[in-house]
Design a protein around this ligand. Sequence first.
Ligand SMILES: *Cc1c(COP(=O)(O)O)cnc(C)c1O
Length: 478
Amino acid sequence: MSDVTGGDGSELRALMARVPSVERVLASAEFGAVIAAYGRTQTLAALRATLDAWRADAQTGRASVDALSDAQLAHAVDARLAKRARSNVRSVFNLTGTVLHTNLGRALLPDEAVRAVADILTRPANLEFDLDTGARGDRDDLINELICELTGAEAATVVNNNAAAVLLTLSALASRKEVIVSRGELVEIGGAFRIPDIMSRAGAKLREVGTTNRTHPRDYDEAINAKTALLMKVHCSNYAVNGFTKEVTLAELAPIAKARGLPVVVDLGSGTLVDLTQWGLPREATVRETIAAGADLVTFSGDKLLGGPQAGLIVGRAVLIAKIKKHPLKRALRVGKLTLAALEAVLRLYRAPETLRERLTTLRLLTRPADAMRLAAERIEPALQRFIGDAFTVSAEPMFSQIGSGALPVDVLPSYGLAVRLASGKRPGGQLNRIEKRLRELPRPVIGRIADGALRLDLRCLEEADEAAFVMQLDALE
Ligand SMILES: *Cc1c(COP(=O)(O)O)cnc(C)c1O
């Protein structure tokens, strides 16, 4: 179109006169289906917005009168409404290679948990109602027994996440008192969770002992005084201290605390309930072992290695748990019925360790055989190559995935996936980012990662049940 802004404006006025009446357009046959799908109110608003956008384009000479036909307008309005109707919370394909990816929602729930949640979504439940006595109940009682059975703890309580578990524990047990922590464990776990910050939010005074790389039992012993509330150990979830190091183990720390009548609290972070080495995974202390080694309280996440919904579990001595449950923050941090239903269903899977690897999604993904991923890579490769075009090569190759969520940060799992590189063999500039963006813009976005001059799509988390959907999406948008 010609630039209409330079003249006396008559051309622009003529163009504007072509804008049809909203009422007439809405009554046209082309709009029948749009109104049926979205209703008149939304369709009218979207039509007005579409025409406004056309007018704005006309001002700068970028509008075409063809776009004003009933059919074109119906198409534009439908696209506008479809985009708006799409949920903001969407499922994606996690091909980052990180199984418990915090930004992608961490653990995927097993079917058992999905069914348990679905069951109570639309029906009343005994959330705080004791079915034996008919009296008011306690929501923690619904899963206490299971948690204690699986961890060896005396009692348990559940809150919104592990950060809340730590905050509540410190608020209830250490407000206006001192908490002794090794300098080597004053960690920041992604974003806003920093042990010193949580400590001050809880009104506790942090008493740091030792140095970044070395802390000795006597460091704790010498720091204990009349104001000490508890001794705390924090799992160094997302980093490792190597070289000239000395950490005071829980077995060493527990007797020191006991001799002075103080509790030991361990923030395990990921907190697994089973020995992962039986599946060839890296070793991680279980909650049961941590309790057995002398922890009075242990806090851990529900949606990391446990494989359940977002939650924070606090387990340990009954007297301490009782004190924690009485604190007003517990009411603010408690979980809802959906979380409890999902958590209970996931915990029940642990009662049958023989089938856990198959039924617990997180564990199934973490232990997926390399062969299965290699075969998937070979099956998918042609579809991805067609989608991406021949300026790039797609190759099935071994790669390494991570557990994620701070669990076992330095360990990697041999995996298999697809690597996209420039066909010219040159080092890519923005080209790979454009491919990465195209994949991210698909109806069900595909999230990979760019590293070492290649876009890598790790197939560990693309299970066979989802593979057809993945390929169909690529083929449809070729
Ligand atoms: C992950 C983690 C947290 C925070 O847990 P959320 O469930 O994400 O709130 C706290 N402490 C440690 C050691 C962790 O690894």
